[in-house]
Design a binder for this molecule. Structure first.
Ligand code: PEP
Ligand code: MG
Length: 569
């Protein structure tokens, strides 16, 4: 077999080409290639003016098309669950959004044909969302998706997006709109590979929830010929073109056996040699916590409190917050629950907490820094956590995001202890990793947020699909900072967990344990995969895998070294 670098053409004479990418969801899929249907042809603005007496009819035509699009997406949302259902309903909501609809209607009233008016109004919203940045900028993909669907409906083009092949197939795409990914039918599409996208992209998050084998940032995908068969390996992060059928069959069978082992996972997390490693869940509310408990999470390693309030104009009351936190505590009686105080700003803007018009929000007043301007916000949230804990009879741990200095950690710890709670901080900024031991003189635990730590260590926007190779959690520089932080915890005897997406990768989870991490927290859908893998490895092998990965120069080599040391096929 041959491998070739991202972006280069697949060799045709030396056996099956193996295209490397970034693995997102483990599992193996083998089948014919399908691709999303071609781009919708958008109408040019050729200055045609709709006669005045026809404008009402044109508006009706537009309303009917938008209605069909919204209804279709709503129907798919009804058939989906979790994040997929949310994404599909959000996109359906956009096709019914009064602001967007009236922007189109105003243009039709002025004589612009419906399809052109749709393109122009969508562009207005794209520019608005882009200028707002952060999560709003991510909505640009949704706006373009809805625009294409409405234009296709108006102009008689086929519905854009993913085909529904008769035979189970592997989908290869440039990138997918969130609604396309969420609407995938796992009985027809058995694996997904994209040329763009990182491990924290929407595509990745939804594929993880669907449990669909997925590899992103794959170079050379465009060169895979129509009619080819591919073997997609979501753990190795490879797409093999026209593989040897015997080998492909064996790999699929091995993956099925691994999946069967996952189905039997009941926790608690421990390595084969009996070292306990808590496998916890990342959740955003009580419903998520209950779902995680059903998937055998041993507790919550990260309650992202800001996510419940993303659409709120005003700060929620202490009473409302306390009730929400109590629900989460009640899902895990007597177990560990780590609450993160509001991580507002940058990719998660909150109307009541975020500074508008920052030049560079990722480096701005986000996370704990919001308390510099508005200490009352933090104080009231801590009151609410304490009240929720009192009601549920819980003893939660409480941590702050985006801590950069010892003074910040000391100040936060004081406020948390004053309420009888256990303080910790997240390690998301390289300065905090470098000062880990000094931070531990003030707080009782650390939790490494690898999504942000990789963004700030590699100086690469975590949302940028073009820079996904830099924010890959296997970057040896990131692993070195994880090791530094874990060693600090070992010296002081305090726990150091990982709660970023890195902890959802079963292979990387072993390396993290080898680096000295004491607990892992990931999406509920990843818990069984991580727990089942830990159960078949010894801590010595984890340590060897960690040492080997640290000595490599890039993420691909780090993965390969870890596989070798862990004896993973
Ligand atoms: C992280 O940065 O890794 C993390 C867990 O926090 P979030 O993804 O919510 O920023
Ligand atoms: Mg973070």
């Amino acid at each position: 077999m041959t491998t070739h670098a991202p972006g280069t053409a697949a060799p045709s004479t030396t056996g099956p080409a193996v295209l490397p990418g970034t693995p997102v969801v483990p599992g193996v899929a083998w089948g014919p290639v399908v691709r999303p249907s071609g781009a919708v042809v958008l109408p040019p603005d050729d200055g045609i003016v709709v006669a005045e007496q026809e404008r009402a009819g044109e508006k009706e035509r537009f309303a009917a098309a938008a209605g069909v699009v919204a209804d279709r997406l709503t129907e798919r949302a009804g058939a989906a669950t979790g994040v997929s259902a949310e994404v599909l309903s959000t996109t359906a909501g956009l096709a019914r959004d009064r602001g967007l609809l009236s922007a189109v209607e105003q243009r039709i009233d002025a004589g612009t044909p419906a399809a052109v008016a749709t393109v122009q109004a969508a562009q207005q919203f794209v520019e608005l969302f882009t200028s707002l940045g952060g999560l709003m900028a991510e909505r640009v993909t949704d706006v373009r998706d809805v625009r294409d669907r409405i234009v296709a409906q108006l102009t008689g083009q086929g519905e854009p997006g993913v085909p529904s092949p008769e035979q189970p197939s592997v989908l290869l795409a440039e990138d997918l709109a969130p609604a396309d990914t969420a609407g995938l039918d796992p009985t027809r599409i058995t694996g997904l590979a994209t040329r763009l996208g990182g491990t924290t992209s929407h595509t990745a998050i939804i594929a993880r929830q669907l449990g669909m084998p997925c590899v992103v940032a794959v170079g050379g995908l465009d060169d895979v010929p129509e009619g080819a068969t591919v073997l997609l390996d979501g753990e190795r992060g490879t797409v093999t073109v026209d593989p040897d059928p015997e080998e492909a069959r064996a790999r699929v069978e091995a993956a099925q056996a691994a999946a069967a082992a996952l189905a039997g996972y009941r926790g608690p997390g421990r390595t084969r040699d009996g070292v306990e490693v808590k496998v916890l869940a990342n959740v955003q509310d009580g419903a998520g916590a209950r779902a995680a408990a059903a998937k055998h999470a041993e507790g919550v390693g990260l309650l992202r409190t800001e996510l419940a309030f993303l659409s709120r104009a005003e700060e929620p009351s202490v009473e409302e917050q306390a009730a929400g936190y109590a629900e989460v505590f009640e899902a895990f009686p007597g177990e560990r629950v780590v609450v993160r105080t509001l991580d507002a700003g940058s990719d998660k803007p909150l109307a009541f907490a975020t500074m508008p018009d920052e030049e560079n929000p990722a480096l701005g007043v986000r996370g704990l820094r919001v308390a510099r301007r508005d200490p009352g916000l933090l104080e009231r949230q801590l009151d609410a956590i304490a009240e929720g804990a009192r009601r549920a009879g819980a003893s939660p741990w409480v941590m702050a995001p985006m801590v950069a200095t010892v003074a910040e950690a000391a100040d936060f710890a004081g406020r948390v202890r004053a309420r009888g709670l256990t303080p910790g901080v997240m390690i998301e900024v390289p300065s905090a990793a470098l000062m880990a031991e000094r931070l531990l003189q003030h707080v009782d635990f650390l939790s490494i947020g690898t999504n942000d730590l990789s963004q700030y260590t590699l100086a690469a926007d975590r949302l940028s699909a073009d820079l996904a190779d830099l924010t890959d959690p296997w970057q040896p520089a990131l692993l070195a900072l994880v090791q530094l932080t874990a060693q600090a915890g070992r010296r002081t005897g305090q726990p150091v967990g990982v709660c970023g997406e890195a902890a959802a990768d079963p292979l990387l989870a072993c390396v993290l344990i080898g680096l000295g991490i004491t607990s892992l927290s990931c999406a509920a859908s990843s818990i069984a995969g991580v727990g089942a893998r830990l159960a078949v490895v010894d801590t010595d092998a984890c340590r060897r895998a960690a040492d080997a990965a640290l000595l490599t120069d890039d993420p691909h080599a780090a993965r390969a070294a870890a596989r070798r040391e862990l004896g993973v096929e």
